[in-house]
Design a binder for this molecule. Sequence first.
Ligand code: FMN
Length: 334
Amino acid sequence: MNRVAEILGIKYPFIQGAMSWLTNAKFVAAVSNAGGLGILGPNAGQNTVTPDPVETAERMRCEIKKVQALTDKPFAVTLIGGNGGPTSEFTLKTLDVVIEEHVPAVLVNSVGALTGGDYGIETSLLAPLKEHNIKIIVRAWQPSIADAQAVQKQGGDMYVATGFDEGGTLPGAVLGSFSILPMIADSVDIPVLLAGGVSDVRTVNAAFALGAEGVYVGTRLIPTVENPAAEVTKKLIVDSTSEDLKLFRVAPAYYRSLPTTLRNQLVKNDQEKSGQEVLDANAKLMGGTSGMRIGMLEGDLEHGYVSVGTGISMIREIQSVEDVVNEMMADYKD
Ligand SMILES: Cc1cc2nc3c(=O)[nH]c(=O)nc-3n(C[C@H](O)[C@H](O)[C@H](O)COP(=O)(O)O)c2cc1C
């Protein structure tokens, strides 16, 4: 049996990528009901942030309960690792909720190679997760061989090899999906999932041919009926190709976006400034991930940005999550 499907107790080794602002209970349950694994990402089901870690975790509890009402299938919650320092109160409070609500799996964002040596799963997360037998999927902001091997040694269940083709915060190593996947898959024995540009049945098949035991899909799932993104944003993604995307620098490395007024300013800064100056100027303009909320959840294509992967050329229509999963996994044989 496919190891990813077996470990997670799901039909297809198809994992929905955690996406800030762009997940909620309805969407996550739809992925799990379609036979994949849905993941509640940062700010799941929200349109505001709260500075209170307890309220943040309670908001997540509410979303978890909604998922449980919509599906009896496994799903996961995102826990953001320490990013080179201790894990934040926000994550630790969310971890308590994950344990209390018997969530079967988590996606841990490890820092990866960013700090040049502080690899793997942050220790204050690792022990409680193992103690409660919660399955651990690890996706590093900066994936590397050393990080994947550290995760394996710590008992992580699977590792996501993220290529530069992905949407969201881009890895600074600038390795495309076709290069990073075989490199990571050859370096560990735990199952490896491919993230970045997996948007149709051909790219799913290619991932398996290159050594993946599962796929980790973000962008393709945004233009779906159940995704909370604004209709205008879903339509923009469907009507665009990879040629419409522009890259710009922002800490820790790069972002890319479809055309919006804000995107054009970010690209202009990149062209006119250099070094730390461009990183500071663009961080200020983007306002953390609020530009993502404005452009993608609220559909304001003037003040926000639309962050997607380079696989958008393969997306031709807004479909149900179930149709997308079935089409992409059409050639999968257990
Ligand atoms: C709009 C958007 C927001 C994202 N936000 C997050 C996030 O908050 N945490 C995270 O680990 N990954 C995030 N990602 C990355 C995805 O989890 C996943 O790695 C990526 O979407 C896979 O590549 P693809 O978009 O080409 O399918 C985001 C991706 C997108 C498109």
